[in-house]
Design a protein around this ligand. Structure first.
Ligand SMILES: NC(=O)c1ccc[n+]([C@@H]2O[C@H](COP(=O)([O-])OP(=O)(O)OC[C@H]3O[C@@H](n4cnc5c(N)ncnc54)[C@H](O)[C@@H]3O)[C@@H](O)[C@H]2O)c1
Length: 304
């Protein structure tokens, strides 16, 4: 029994070897070889594409740094000018050959007066957009409308029906749930987003991925005012560096008289704002400062 099996296995091997290497069927061998090569090449291409995709994606949990959008048409940290040279012969020489100082930046009026557009203002979804203390300031604070709040489906329908292409988010600092609600609506309505405030969306890989999958652009998070404390702090930091002065600690206390600062009186809403403003200054330093050596944030609301 066992020798019969051995014989039949040996027979089968011979038949296979003969079938593959029969010199009489060279065309068959060539066809087989080309097919085998094509299959191997297809596998290699698939594996290479997979590896390239994995390499291009940030590792899970990676936080892409938030980008504070600079609305100024000038560079954020100007190059040092000749006037920055220390007193001495070099400065004297520079002054003799000094080019005239650059013209001040021209303010570009995008639209002097915006005529009434007829765009209807509709009730949204409040969630955590309105801090309780904002109701204590009458007209200066937030007076909440008593109209029924919109559902997600209604907001998505409003976005679609209006033909909007971009959702611009200017919700109050600390409105985590409200911002996430409107981001879901933008994704469902197929609308791009410019996130002008510091709830981190564009800089969070999970949100970024969802917008990328829908082929929707998203820019953010936060914007810088034309001439505010952030740009002044950044310019001072880079001035120190270009003049060879190092410092161990820095702080920036912001005060303001608008509803933004009134809202930020609730310290619990500030975490992301502090992070965004601190990153904007840290990014100009050669060596980032330790968390205890840099303090940047709103300190008070002063009615203006
Ligand atoms: N103004 C600037 O120069 C500037 C610069 C950088 C960042 N920002 C950020 O932009 C945001 C807005 O600033 P602002 O000065 O326009 O403040 P603001 O208080 O004048 O405006 C916020 C508006 O959001 C509305 N709102 C609140 N919750 C809502 C919700 N759930 N749905 C719909 N609307 C809601 C409020 O009624 C209010 O009209 C803030 O987060 C601020 O930090 C502003």
């Amino acid at each position: 029994m066992s020798s019969a099996m051995t014989a039949s296995v040996a027979n089968a091997s011979l038949v296979n070897a003969y079938a593959l290497h029969d010199t009489a069927d060279r065309a068959g061998v060539a066809r087989w070889s080309v097919s085998a090569l094509a299959i191997v090449a297809a596998h290699v291409a698939l594996i290479a594409a997979g590896m390239a995709w994995v390499a291009s994606a940030p590792p899970p949990g990676t936080m892409v740094p938030a980008i504070m959008v600079d609305l100024t048409p000038a560079t954020s940290t100007p190059e040092p000018q000749q006037q920055d040279i220390a007193p001495g012969p070099e400065m004297q020489q520079a002054e003799e050959q000094a080019a005239p100082p650059p013209e001040p930046l021209q303010r570009q009026a995008i639209q002097e007066q915006i005529p009434a557009t007829g765009v209807p203002v509709r009730m949204g979804r409040v969630l955590d957009g309105v801090a309780p203390h904002m109701g204590n300031y009458g007209e200066r604070g937030f007076e909440q409308a008593d109209a029924p709040e919109a559902s997600e489906d209604e907001v998505v329908a409003m976005l679609k029906d209006s033909g909007a292409e971009i959702l611009v988010n200017f919700l109050p600092v600390g409105s985590q749930q409200a911002v996430e609600f409107y981001m879901e609506c933008a994704l469902k309505a197929g609308v791009a987003v410019v996130n002008c405030m510091p709830v981190f969306i564009a800089s969070r890989p999970e949100w970024e991925r969802r917008f990328r999958e829908k082929n929707l652009p998203i820019i953010g998070d936060d914007v810088k005012a034309q001439l505010g404390a952030t740009i002044v702090h950044r310019v001072l930091s880079s001035l120190f560096r270009t003049r060879g002065v190092s410092y161990n600690r820095t702080y920036q206390l912001n005060t303001g008289g608008n509803t933004d600062f009134m809202n930020m009186l609730d310290r619990n809403r500030l975490e992301s704002k502090k992070e965004s403003k601190t990153d904007a200054v840290q990014s100009t330093l050669a060596e980032p400062l330790g968390a205890d050596d840099i303090h940047i944030g709103p300190s008070d609301y002063i009615p203006g």
